[in-house]
Design a protein around this ligand. Structure first.
Ligand code: UDP
Ligand code: MG
Length: 312
């Protein structure tokens, strides 16, 4: 008999979680000869999410939970869930039903019958999202796929079903700065993509502001590409060449026409521009340095306050 571990990361999902559980229980009935296990990860919620998890655990022995000591972010929550999972297959889902549990049967069949290792999902529309956000999201995928060897799929969600083997590969990537979309494509394997239209969340609110998404995008780029570092070298060389040419021109002009003092405004502009570029390059290097700094500290990805195996 196969076992599927359902990992759900929850941050203030008291409204959505009961609805999610109900819907999942309905979907489970479509499976024959498959055992299920839920791993609910409470990512430092400040509402009643943990209490709901505990109640579900009391009622249903399939339910396990892990509760963090504070909010560590969805990436950490997913990692904790993967570590705790015991199933032959593992699926990652959001609590807000934006990842339709109804797809799970199809995903499972692809792995069982067609020899895939991972079945991922991507949304083909971004309905219900502010247009400006969709625009930046598209730009981001264009840029990162140019810069990185690991290809990221536009609209790919974290919702996926994978084999134990793929799960273990993912767990071997122990980095502190976890950009999961990149990690998933890094491990490779045979991946089948299922497409669906964007669905709006059933209850509660999105936890992603534009600023948070922007920082996440920078995270993705620095985690999977070192191309920005080349920018500074290229710009540096370019400016050396330009200044060399300018020096020759100026010497020539001075020799021919003498040396009247002028050109103060243009000088200021050049100083501003060049120092701007220097600061920009320094910023890029700083980004990588800070990531390295956090990485060498080897801090844990998450800290557990209590679990269903070890309740408080
Ligand atoms: N989430 C989390 N920790 C966080 C932020 C979000 O575990 O710090 C969970 C959240 O509870 C939800 C999932 O990640 O189950 C996706 O979050 P959300 O729906 O806010 O993102 P969106 O679907 O809008 O991209
Ligand atoms: Mg959502």
């Amino acid at each position: 008999m196969d076992k599927i571990s359902v990992i759900v990361s929850c941050f203030n999902e008291e409204k959505a979680l009961p609805l999610f559980y109900k819907e999942m229980e309905k979907q489970i009935k479509n499976f024959q000869n498959v055992e299920f296990e839920y791993i609910f990860v409470d990512d430092g919620s400040s509402d009643n999410t943990l209490k709901i998890m505990k109640d579900l655990h009391q009622k249903d022995s399939k339910v396990r939970y892990i509760s963090f000591s504070r909010n560590f972010g969805k990436e950490s929550a997913m990692y904790a869930g993967l570590e705790a999972s015991t199933g032959d297959f593992v699926t990652l889902m959001d609590a807000d039903l934006q990842d339709p549990p109804a797809l799970l049967k199809e995903m499972y069949d692809y792995i069982k019958n067609d020899g895939f290792d991972i079945v991922g999902t991507r949304r083909v529309t971004r309905k219900g999202e502010p247009p400006i956000r969709s625009f930046f999201a598209r730009m981001f995928y264009k840029i990162i796929n140019k810069m990185s060897k690991v290809q990221m799929v536009d609209g790919a969600r974290d919702y996926m079903l994978m084999t134990r083997q793929a799960t273990n590969s993912l767990l071997e990537l122990k980095e502190y700065n976890r950009y999961s979309k990149g990690l998933f494509s890094f491990i490779g394997y045979k991946v089948k993509w299922l497409e669906y239209e964007n669905i709006e969340r059933v209850a509660g609110e999105t936890k992603w502001s534009f600023w948070k998404l922007f920082k996440y995008a920078i995270e993705g780029i620095t985690a999977f590409s070192t191309t920005p570092l080349i920018f500074s070298s290229v710009l540096g060389i370019l400016f050396c060449i330009i200044s060399f040419l300018l020096i020759i021109i100026i010497i020539g002009k001075t020799l021919i026409y003498g040396d009247p003092t002028s050109g103060w405004p243009s000088l200021v502009c050049i100083i501003f521009m060049v120092s701007g570029i220097q600061l920009f390059s320094l910023g890029i290097i700083g980004q990588y340095l800070s990531k390295t700094y956090l990485e060498v500290k080897k801090r844990p990805v998450y800290i557990v306050r209590e679990t269903s195996e070890n309740p408080k």
